[in-house]
Design a protein. Structure first.
Length: 177
């Protein structure tokens, strides 16, 4: 088994690259109808495997993607949080990094999404030197909007993404320090 690359650590979490050994967890999380309620649909195991392959391609192309968030104390995976390049015409003519976060249901309400996303924000500004980051959030997804606001983000645009309306939350590096 290849050792997964650790990207960053927070007080309670380690964020690391996702590997093939993580497929069971991902398929369980991405196949959960409650977890995926703001997405077009829950994913099958094959679709989850394709999603995993897309993350590995992002690591190779961009140097980052969505990472597995793992509890440091227990070693249990809790979700996926990371940085994904997005092309949003309503925001920028060029790709802009999005902080994305999705936790498995058993880990909702523990502050993990905010903790991990704050770590990713610091990574984006401090290590990658991006001038700004966004988060795409469905208008009806109040919990994710709350996380974006805790990151210091505000709504900067609205857009249609993957066929659905989204609010675009954003923050500049100068605001996120």
């Amino acid at each position: 088994m290849m050792r997964a690359t650790t990207i960053l650590e927070t007080t309670r979490l380690t964020l690391r690259e996702i590997g093939d050994d993580d497929l069971n967890f991902l398929a369980d999380m991405l196949g959960d109808a409650q977890v995926m309620r703001f997405y077009p649909k829950p994913l099958s195991r094959d679709e989850s495997a394709a999603w995993l392959d897309r993350q590995k391609a992002r690591y190779a192309a961009d140097g980052h993607g969505l990472w597995l968030a793992v509890e440091r104390a227990s070693g249990r995976p809790v979700g996926q949080v990371g940085l994904v390049m997005q092309s949003i015409a309503d925001v920028s003519g060029s790709p802009i990094p999005e902080i994305g976060y999705l936790l498995h249901r058993a880990y909702w309400g523990l502050g993990y999404a905010t903790e991990a996303a704050l770590g990713v924000r610091e990574y984006a500004f401090g290590r990658r030197h991006y001038p700004a980051v966004i988060s795409l959030v469905r208008p009806e997804n109040a919990p994710s909007q709350a996380v974006a606001r805790r990151l210091g983000m505000r709504v900067i645009a609205e857009t249609r993404y993957v066929g659905m309306e989204h609010l675009v939350f954003g923050i500049d590096a100068s605001q996120g320090e």
